[in-house]
Design a protein around this ligand. Structure first.
Ligand SMILES: Cc1cc2nc3c(=O)[nH]c(=O)nc-3n(C[C@H](O)[C@H](O)[C@H](O)COP(=O)(O)OP(=O)(O)OC[C@H]3O[C@@H](n4cnc5c(N)ncnc54)[C@H](O)[C@@H]3O)c2cc1C
Length: 505
């Protein structure tokens, strides 16, 4: 970067609007936060988003798979996350995956039917796991529908980029933003930073940390694109019958791109998405964002030609369906909250009195068992009246690979929205908010099961008691061995060292 500086003259910024709860960022976390705040009774919510739609990585980055919502027969991640499924189910081709009622079944027919949807846990004993894939365009529309239904409480500001928190001492009073109308401010009683990269928390004086220098999955960017004109089912069959050739085909794609990339099932058989992992790229840096965008696009024609030439039996009619409108951002800066989630949280399942969401972990690690996410993990240290749900949650460099997933972002977003609304209604702050009240609203009114909560059916706890879980249990060992034997266990560091997460998202 150039060493020169420029001193900006002092200026007066017009206040564009005032509200009770301001949510900045309309991704999985921010959209859920705005909806939940309004449903809790807050009539004055603003959702500010830099692009022209909600969903962030999911709808704009084409991250289609919503994984690991259940453990055995119980779906621990419900609330707004489950609502995505039940709403999209009514729309043709908008969602693909087994309903919650099938969770836990080991019926071989069901397992064969849903394996492609990422909806089977391959621990020692395969069983159906509630998980689903979404059509990004349909979800984009449905997210607008959900906001529109609450238009008496939520004002949406698209194409508005939050640039700076307005701080009075350690208390956040609003946000400065940029748009085609110039630089303006929105004043708010509580701000929810749902930007994914802790954009506002970073400038608020609160401590943050970064995953970028680490070898973890979260320090990889992506530009997802979709390929149509071939059958994913036929490709699966061909791969099973030609294992060596399939491996070579995958390696060839990796060589063209210069990073690992793999085709993943979409909600319909005829269009697949190309997930990719571009290591050590910081999605909060211009140079890395540009390299991700251009570097991927410049190779796409060669990738398609390669598929057609080397596997014509599957790909002869394949074509580039489209490219995601925004680059995929797994993680960059994240908050250092009042609690930092670590591997301990699933190794020795930790109980948190301030639990605001269950989050199911990855099967290889923990047989899909849920961990408890505490309110303190979205509460930044030292500042007041800012919450930070979503992928920039407070977690260490190992844990973040498993807790940046969409279900956690939706769950913590929903909880942040309820907490912000309760703080405003009770005249408290994000640091003094009545957490048991937040938990009771989530559990009794917003379909979020929570541990040890009187409004949550006892069967959730019973299921945890009935089934052994935890990183060092026989069940987890069996799951890892089964994956090892099948050659599908991935030690997750990008440079190939031994990692701990086993996460392939
Ligand atoms: C390629 C890829 C594959 C993945 N695979 C999976 C998977 O299979 N399953 C899974 O569960 N997870 C997966 N993940 C992770 C998951 O998609 C993300 O962690 C999750 O969607 C993040 O949600 P979020 O709302 O926290 O952040 P984001 O989705 O990043 O949303 C942030 C929103 O804020 C907006 N914004 C940002 N800054 C500002 C600002 N300053 N002002 C205004 N608006 C702003 C953005 O435009 C965006 O809409 C994957 C991620 C990638 C990139």
């Amino acid at each position: 970067m150039c060493a020169k500086t420029y001193i900006e003259p002092q200026t007066t910024i017009p206040v564009y609007d005032e509200c009770d709860v301001l949510v900045v960022g309309g991704g999985a976390a921010g959209h859920s936060a705005a909806i939940a705040a309004a449903r809790t009774g807050c009539k004055n919510v603003i959702l500010m988003e830099r692009y022209g739609y909600c969903g962030g990585d999911v709808t704009g980055g084409y991250v289609l798979l919503i994984p690991n919502l259940s453990f055995h027969e119980k779906t621990y991640v419900r609330g707004i996350q489950e609502e995505w499924f039940t709403r999209l189910e009514k729309i043709p081709n908008a969602v693909f995956g087994p309903p919650a009622e099938l969770a836990g079944t080991n019926d071989p027919e069901m397992i064969a039917k849903w394996a492609g949807a990422g909806a089977v846990t391959f621990g020692g004993d395969p069983r159906i796991c509630h998980a689903f894939m979404v059509d990004p365009t349909q979800l984009k529309i449905e997210m607008d529908v959900m906001l529109d239904e609450l238009s008496d409480s939520i004002r949406v500001m698209y194409h508005s980029w939050g640039t700076k928190p307005i701080m009075e001492g350690n208390v956040c009073k609003g946000v400065i933003f940029e748009s085609k109308e110039g630089r303006k401010a929105v004043l708010a009683k509580v701000v929810i930073d749902a930007t994914g990269d802790a954009d506002l928390c970073r400038l608020s004086g609160a401590p943050t940390s970064s995953a970028i220098d680490d070898d973890c999955r979260c320090s990889s960017t992506a530009l997802v694109y979709r390929i149509g004109g071939f059958s994913q089912k036929a490709y699966g069959e061909w791969s099973r019958n030609n294992r060596e050739a399939a491996r070579a085909l995958g390696a060839g794609i990796g060589e063209i791109h210069g990073f690992r990339a793999g085709l993943i099932h979409g909600p319909t058989d005829d269009v697949s998405w190309m997930n990719n992992w571009q290591p050590k790229r910081d999605c909060s840096k211009i140079v890395d964002q540009t390299a991700t965008e251009m570097g991927t696009r410049l190779k796409l024609r060669a990738v398609l030609d390669y598929y057609k030439k080397n596997c014509p039996e599957v790909f002869k009619d394949a074509y580039l369906y489209d490219i995601a409108p925004q680059l995929g951002t797994r993680g960059s800066h994240r908050i250092v909250g009042e609690y930092v989630i670590s591997s301990n949280d699933w190794a020795f399942p930790v109980e948190h009195e301030d639990c605001i969401a269950w989050h199911c972990t990855v099967d290889t690690l923990n047989d899909n068992a849920p961990i408890e996410i505490p309110y303190r993990a979205i509460l930044p240290q030292t500042v007041d009246n800012i919450l930070a749900p979503g992928r920039h949650i407070s977690a260490d460099r190992i844990a973040i690979d498993n807790v940046n997933l969409i279900p956690q972002c939706v769950g913590t977003g929903q909880a942040a929205g309820v907490a912000a609304a309760v703080a405003v209604m009770d005249g408290t702050s994000t640091r003094t908010v009545n957490v048991p009240k937040v938990q009771n609203i989530l559990a009794s009114e917003q379909d979020v099961p929570l541990p040890r909560n009187p409004h949550t059916d006892k069967s959730y706890t019973d299921c945890l008691i009935d089934h052994e879980y935890g990183l060092y249990t026989a069940a987890a060992k069996k799951a890892r061995e089964a994956k090892d034997a099948a050659g599908t266990y991935r030690h997750w560091t990008l440079s190939g060292g031994s990692g701990a997460s086993g996460n392939n998202k």
